[in-house]
Design a protein. Structure first.
Length: 103
């Protein structure tokens, strides 16, 4: 599946739509998008994961990067993750650092 990441900012909320596999080969694109959200001063980061088909360990590190880059005052939510992706996040214990929300 082709990877795609798109961002929209509305009222200081950055919404990122991720499609495909978030892994070592695609993490750089995701990081660039996170940097743009942080530079824009977003107060909330919503990662739409309904179309995220796979999250590797490098992809999980990308979510950690997003949490760190945005800062502790910024809410980070992953919305609509598949059971497989949500399970990966939970097994790593990362659901304690972000909000994992059903679509």
């Amino acid at each position: 599946m082709t990877f795609d990441v798109q961002m929209m900012i509305n009222d200081n909320v950055a919404t990122i739509q991720v499609t495909g596999d978030l892994d070592a080969a695609t993490a750089g694109w995701f990081h660039d998008t996170i940097n743009r959200a942080a530079d824009a001063g977003a107060v909330e980061l919503v990662i739409r994961a309904e179309r995220l088909s796979y999250l590797s360990s490098a992809g999980l590190r990308s979510l950690v990067f997003a949490r760190q880059k945005m800062g502790e005052d910024v809410r980070v939510a992953v919305v609509g993750a598949s059971d497989l992706v949500a399970r990966t996040i939970r097994l790593a214990g990362f659901d304690r650092s972000i909000d994992l929300v059903d679509a």
